[in-house]
Design a protein around this ligand. Structure first.
Ligand SMILES: [Zn+2]
Ligand SMILES: [Zn+2]
Length: 97
């Protein structure tokens, strides 16, 4: 048994109670956090990319990439634009540190 890559912990969504591996830790403006599945994030006003609470911010509510805040939208766009020479900027997931 290898427990080296056993990073998928199936917690339950705080909103709907579904267990999924797509849960994301979301940050309220007061510093509280909650874990939500992608479906619940869409309805909650949290950014799908970074989990910050962005509801009410016009650049979020009227984003051309729905569900993502300004910062994440920029990252997604720059990822599309500069895919060839800018592969490491998105989300910063490094497996070997
Ligand atoms: Zn949910
Ligand atoms: Zn974001």
């Amino acid at each position: 048994m290898s427990n080296k890559e056993n990073t998928l912990i199936h917690d339950a969504c705080d909103e709907c109670g579904n267990k999924t591996d797509g849960l994301m830790t979301c940050h309220f403006v007061d510093g509280e956090t909650t874990k939500l599945c992608p479906d619940c994030i869409i309805d909650s006003g949290f950014c799908l990319g970074c989990g910050e609470y962005c509801s009410g911010i016009s650049s979020f509510d009227f984003s051309d990439i729905p569900g993502y805040c300004d910062n994440c939208r920029d990252e997604i766009k720059s990822n599309f634009d500069e895919d060839e020479n800018n592969k490491e900027s998105y989300c910063g997931y490094n497996e070997n540190t």
